[in-house]
Design a protein around this ligand. Structure first.
Ligand code: IPM
Ligand code: MN
Length: 357
C-alpha cells in the first residue's frame, strides 16, 4: 500500500520524537511491503519564525493532500511568558484541528505490566485498567467567541458554546466505540452548573435508546477527576467536552506511568492527525532524553485508524511493550539508579525488534 504521510514535527522535542516514530514507520513499511511517502510541513513556533503564521496555508494544503498527519508537539516558553503575544504556537494546533474538522480526539489509557510500580498509584488499583477517553476537540471554550479583554484591560472573557450538531457527532462516535468495547459509556460533564453540559445530557438521553446494549452513566467532571485515579478500572469509554478532556487525559497518564507513553488520534472530517498527548517539553529539547514512545504509539494508531492496517499497528505496540519490558527506556521510566537510554537509542531498539520479527 502507498502511504502518504504529512510530517509536522513542530517545536521543542517534536523533531527528535518524530524522527524515532518515522524510523519505526519505515521499518514497518519495509517489513510489510508498503511504500511510505513523507512530506514535511511547518507548524507552531518554528512556523511563526519563518512565516509569521503558526499554521501556514501551505501546511494546511499538505495535510489536506495526505492520507494521515504525524504530529510532534508545539509550544515555546518565550510565548508562555508573554501574555500580550499576538500570535502563539498553540493557535497553530487549534487552527489545524478546526480546519481539518478534527472533532474527535481518541486518547487510550493503557497500563504496561512492567511499569505498574512506576505509577504513584497502587498496583492493585491500576493493574488491568483499560479505558479510552474521547475528547471533543473543535468546540467549547477553546473556540467560543467572544474571547478577549475589555478595553481597559481589566476584564477578560472566554465563551463555551456547543451546538446540537457538534454534540451529536461526538456522542455517536462515543456510543460506537463503546459498542466495540465493553459497552459502558461514561459521559463526563458539569451539568449541575453549565448550560452546555445540560444540552449534552439532553442529547445523550435522546440518543441512548438507539444503543440499548450500552450502559450509560453520567458523571460530574470533579467526581470523574477523583474516580480516574481512585478506581480507573471502572471506566471503559469516557466522552467529554474539549477542556475537561484536556485536563482529565493528562491526569489519566499517571496510570500508565509516564506522560511520555500516551498517544492520540484526532479524527473528523478531513485527514486524521496522530500525536502524543504530551507537549513540547522545551527543557529537554535537543538533549536526546525525551521518551519517543508516545509518538511511536501514535504512529501505531495511524496504521490502525488511518490505514486500517491492524497487524502493522499491533507489531509497533508489541515492540514498544518489549522495549519497556527489556528496560530499554528513557530517563522518565528508568527509575532511580536505572540506566536510561537516549531518545534515539530507544527508537533504534524498537526498530531492531521489528526487523528481527
Ligand atoms: C493537548 C494540548 C493542547 C490542548 C495545547 C497545546 C493547545 O495540551 O493537545 O492536549 O490544550 O489541546
Ligand atoms: Mn493537553
Amino acid at each position: 500500500m502507498k502511504l502518504n504521510v504529512a510530517v509536522l514535527a513542530g517545536d521543542g522535542i517534536g523533531p527528535e520524537i518524530v524522527e524515532q516514530a518515522l524510523k519505526v514507520t519505515n521499518a514497518i513499511c519495509a517489513r510489510f511491503g508498503h511504500e511510505l511517502i513523507t512530506k514535511t510541513g511547518l507548524v507552531g513556533a518554528v512556523a511563526i519564525d519563518e512565516t509569521g503564521n503558526p499554521y501556514p496555508d501551505e501546511t494546511h494544503q499538505l495535510c489536506m493532500d495526505s492520507d494521515a498527519v504525524l504530529f510532534g508537539a508545539i509550544g515555546h516558553p518565550r510565548f508562555d511568558n508573554d501574555p500580550s503575544a499576538k500570535v502563539r504556537p498553540e493557535q497553530g494546533l487549534l487552527a489545524m484541528r478546526k480546519k481539518l474538522g478534527l472533532y474527535a480526539n481518541i486518547r487510550p489509557t493503557i497500563t504496561f505490566p512492567s511499569l505498574l510500580d512506576m505509577s504513584p498509584l497502587r498496583r492493585d488499583r491500576i493493574e488491568g485498567a483499560d479505558f479510552v477517553a474521547i475528547r471533543e476537540l473543535t468546540g467549547g471554550i477553546y473556540f467560543g467567541q467572544p474571547q478577549g479583554r475589555s478595553e481597559d484591560g481589566n476584564t477578560a472573557y472566554d465563551t463555551s458554546i456547543y451546538t446540537r450538531q457538534e454534540i451529536e457527532r461526538i456522542l455517536k462516535l462515543a456510543f460506537e466505540f463503546a459498542m466495540q468495547r465493553r459497552k459502558k459509556l461514561t459521559i463526563v460533564d458539569k451539568a449541575n452548573v453549565l448550560a452546555t453540559s445540560r444540552l449534552w445530557r439532553t442529547i445523550s438521553q435522546e440518543m441512548a435508546p438507539k444503543y440499548p446494549e450500552v450502559e450509560v452513566e453520567y458523571m460530574f467532571v470533579d467526581n470523574a477527576a477523583m474516580q480516574i485515579i481512585q478506581w480507573p478500572k471502572r471506566f471503559d469509554v469516557m466522552v467529554t467536552e474539549n477542556m475537561f478532556g484536556d485536563i482529565l487525559t493528562d491526569e489519566a497518564s499517571v496510570i500508565s506511568g509516564s506522560l511520555g507513553l500516551l498517544p492520540s488520534a484526532s479524527m473528523g472530517i478531513h485527514t486524521s492527525v496522530f500525536e502524543p498527548i504530551h507537549g513540547s517539553y522545551p527543557q529537554a529539547a535537543g538533549k536526546n532524553i525525551a521518551n519517543p514512545c508516545a509518538t511511536i504509539l501514535s504512529a501505531a494508531m495511524m496504521f490502525e485508524y488511518a490505514f486500517k492496517l491492524q497487524d502493522e499497528a499491533s507489531l509497533i505496540t508489541e515492540a514498544v511493550n518489549a522495549s519497556i519490558e527489556a528496560k530499554a527506556v528513557t530517563e522518565d521510566l528508568a527509575g532511580e539508579g536505572g540506566k536510561a537510554l537516549g531518545t534515539d537509542e530507544v527508537g533504534d531498539w524498537i526498530v531492531e525488534y521489528i526487523r528481527k520479527k
